[in-house]
Design a protein around this ligand. Structure first.
Ligand code: HBI
Length: 97
C-alpha cells in the first residue's frame, strides 16, 4: 500500500520528537544505535520489536553483535521515510526509554 514520503519539515519534526534517531541514507532512513547489558537483553528487545513490526507489516533493518543493536527504518512503499517509520521509532523509544 502506498504512503507519502515525509516532507523536509516533517523529517525535522521527527528528529526533534525522537532525538535518539538520526537521518541516514540521504534522508531516506533513520537509524538508532542501542546498547544493552548483554545478549539476552538485546535479543529480548529485538524479539519484542519483531512481534510489533510484524503486526504492523513494517520491518526494521538491523544489525546485532552481542549487546549492540543498530536499527534502520525506512518505507519501501514511500521510497523514503513515512509516518510508518515515525510510528515504529516511537514504539521502539517507548520500549527502551
Ligand atoms: N517494512 N520497513 C518496511 N517498509 C516497507 O515498506 C515494508 C516493510 N515490510 C513489509 C512491507 N513493506 C510489505 O507491505 C511490502 O513489501 C509487500
Amino acid at each position: 500500500m502506498s504512503v507519502a514520503e515525509l516532507t523536509q519539515s516533517e523529517r525535522e519534526d521527527l528528529l526533534t520528537a525522537h532525538p535518539q534517531w538520526s537521518l541516514a541514507r540521504d534522508g531516506k532512513a533513520i537509524e538508532r544505535k542501542l546498547q544493552f547489558e548483554d545478549f539476552n537483553e538485546a535479543f529480548g528487545f529485538m524479539t519484542r520489536v519483531a512481534l510489533l513490526a510484524d503486526k504492523h507489516d513494517h520491518h526494521p533493518e538491523w544489525f546485532n553483535v552481542y549487546n549492540k543493536v543498530e536499527i534502520t527504518l525506512t518505507t519501501h512503499d514511500a521510497g523514503g521515510l513515512s509516518v510508518r517509520d515515525v510510528a515504529m521509532a516511537a514504539a521502539i523509544d517507548a520500549m527502551v526509554g
